[in-house]
Design a protein around this ligand. Structure first.
Ligand SMILES: NC(=O)c1ccc[n+]([C@@H]2O[C@H](COP(=O)([O-])OP(=O)(O)OC[C@H]3O[C@@H](n4cnc5c(N)ncnc54)[C@H](OP(=O)(O)O)[C@@H]3O)[C@@H](O)[C@H]2O)c1
Length: 190
């Protein structure tokens, strides 16, 4: 099977991934001792990462050691060219890039957002799977995960998990008509 492009991201119940000023403190609400919501296991399944430039800049602003040295990291940007010590910048045909990546040998491809990148990927239905963690918080306004103007798309729900922190994780796959007769979705309580 081809490699899959997987969106793994957290959003507020009202659909935001950050405040307008890029503050993401609401994510700390669900910091729970010993609980990573499957993040480490997910990282074992991917070897390529794609970010929007603003998300990459946000990660750099933390001043921590680059956490994805083991992966090929691609940052979408029209303003930055070439590469830095961590990532390659890309401004070409996104559909062609993703199609080429999916045909290469390797593990899956991790999309970490943000909203502009997700918008660009969904325009061409390039995301194969979404693992979305819903934070029990209403942010009120901010950066939307799903921006307006995308084509309508039906998804196949495959899995959910609820956690004592109140986080609910929802797993969806790109809908394929042939899947309609397949097994019922799973529901788990963590
Ligand atoms: N809650 C979470 O789990 C989570 C996860 C990820 C991000 N975030 C937050 O989300 C915010 C950033 O999201 P965002 O939607 O504002 O921005 P983004 O998607 O991270 O980055 C947007 C930038 O990507 C580049 N870009 C987008 N589409 C492109 C295309 N088709 N071709 C070439 N370049 C393209 C442009 O860079 P240039 O301006 O350089 O051209 C654009 O300004 C940050 O606050 C981040 O912390 C939260």
């Amino acid at each position: 099977m081809d490699r899959q492009l997987i969106l793994y991201i957290a959003m507020s119940l009202d659909g935001y991934i950050a405040k307008d000023d890029d503050n993401i403190d609401f994510l700390f609400i669900v910091e729970w001792p010993g609980e990573d919501y499957g993040y480490a296991a997910f990282q074992q399944q991917v070897d390529t990462l794609i970010w929007g430039r603003k998300t990459y800049d946000k990660m750099l602003s933390f001043g921590i050691e680059f956490p994805h040295k083991d992966k090929r990291c691609i940052v979408l940007s029209r303003t930055k060219k070439g590469s830095d010590e961590n990532v390659e910048f890309f401004s070409g045909d996104l559909k062609a890039l993703i199609t080429e990546l999916k045909q290469e040998e390797g593990k899956n491809i991790y999309c970490d957002g943000g909203g502009e990148l997700v918008y660009a990927l969904l325009k061409d239905a390039l995301i194969d799977k979404m693992i979305i963690s819903i934070i029990p918080h209403l942010l009120g306004s901010g950066v939307r995960l799903f921006k307006d103007g995308r084509p309508e798309q039906h998804l196949k729900f495959t899995h959910s998990a609820t956690y004592p922190s109140g986080l609910v994780q929802l797993w969806y796959e790109k809908h394929d008509k042939q899947d309609e007769a397949s097994a019922a979705p799973k529901q788990e309580r963590a």
